[in-house]
Write a protein that binds this ligand. Structure first.
Ligand SMILES: Nc1ncnc2c1ncn2[C@@H]1O[C@H](COP(=O)(O)OS(=O)(=O)O)[C@@H](OP(=O)(O)O)[C@H]1O
Length: 256
């Protein structure tokens, strides 16, 4: 079985699915590698007994699975590697400060009573000590998570997609994804238009339809205003980790 795993915005998955339109594409958007206690293929099959019933991935087909939390799940690399060492991994990353605020905004939309972003950020506001145990902060330490993956996968088997460029140059970024997956470049500039109201690119035509397709209502939520001193403190906190991440991936994401 040849499989690809993707961690990051759901819509990237949608775009990739369009890129593999001519191929058969299965998507299992569940958590087989992060939630069950067993290893590798066994773990996958326990969570997905139906996998046995599915046709095998044949030449010319791609099997995809998409779960954002894999990238930060300690057990995921070993489990995935033990199921299929050749799995290609795609991770969408964005500025960790914006990511933290976005994460907080999403939680706030579900639980309006949570404390402020500023109070959750610090262990001690006076000393400026950041609370790295808060998941919104912890997830953005990409270099640390990547170290864990590199114990099981070579760096060339992981593609890092820039969340920022996915907005400013979707076709360019999707071009990299198509190349990485060994696909013909089907998705190009002509498939997108920029929707100013949404602030995101949209597909001119949705899959199997003649109508445009934009991101859903829950994407691109307005972020709350955060105290600029706190934002600066977070920028300082992430800088060394970002630099290490650029070094490890050989890509400058331009987050400073
Ligand atoms: N295509 C594309 N390009 C750039 N950015 C994108 C894209 N799709 C989703 N997003 C942004 O990613 C944030 C989380 O999105 P998702 O809800 O899809 O992620 S998740 O799969 O639920 O984790 C969310 O961030 P916020 O805008 O801060 O809420 C999305 O807007």
């Amino acid at each position: 079985m040849r499989s690809e795993l993707e961690s990051g915005p759901t819509s990237t998955n949608t775009y990739v699915r369009r890129a593999v339109l001519e191929l058969q594409c299965y998507t299992w958007a569940k958590l087989p590698f992060s939630t069950c206690g067993l290893n590798g293929k066994k773990c996958f099959l326990v969570t997905f007994p139906a996998v046995d019933l599915m046709p095998r991935t044949l030449e010319g087909q791609i099997t995809m699975e998409k779960t954002p939390s894999y990238f930060v799940t300690k057990e995921a690399p070993a489990r995935i590697s033990s199921m299929s060492k050749g799995t290609k991994l795609i991770v969408v990353v964005r500025d960790p400060v914006t990511r933290a605020i976005s994460d907080y905004t999403q939680t706030l939309s579900k639980k309006p009573d949570i404390p402020t972003f500023e109070s959750l950020t610090f262990k001690n506001r006076t000393t400026g000590l950041i609370d790295t145990s808060w998941s919104a902060i912890q997830i953005g330490i990409y270099a640390k998570h990547l170290e864990n993956w590199l114990l099981y996968f070579p760096i060339g088997q992981i593609l890092f997609v820039s969340g920022e460029r996915l907005i400013s140059d979707p076709a360019g970024e999707l071009g990299r994804v198509q190349d990485f997956l060994g696909l013909k470049r089907i998705i190009t500039d002509k498939h997108f238009y920029f929707n100013k109201t949404k602030g995101f690119p949209c597909l001119k035509k949705a899959e199997g339809s003649s109508k445009p397709h934009c991101l859903g209502k829950t994407k691109g939520r307005t972020h709350p205003d955060i105290d600029q001193e706190v934002v600066q403190r977070l920028r300082d906190f992430y800088r060394p980790f970002n630099m290490k991440f650029y070094q490890m991936t050989g890509q400058d994401f331009g987050w400073d």
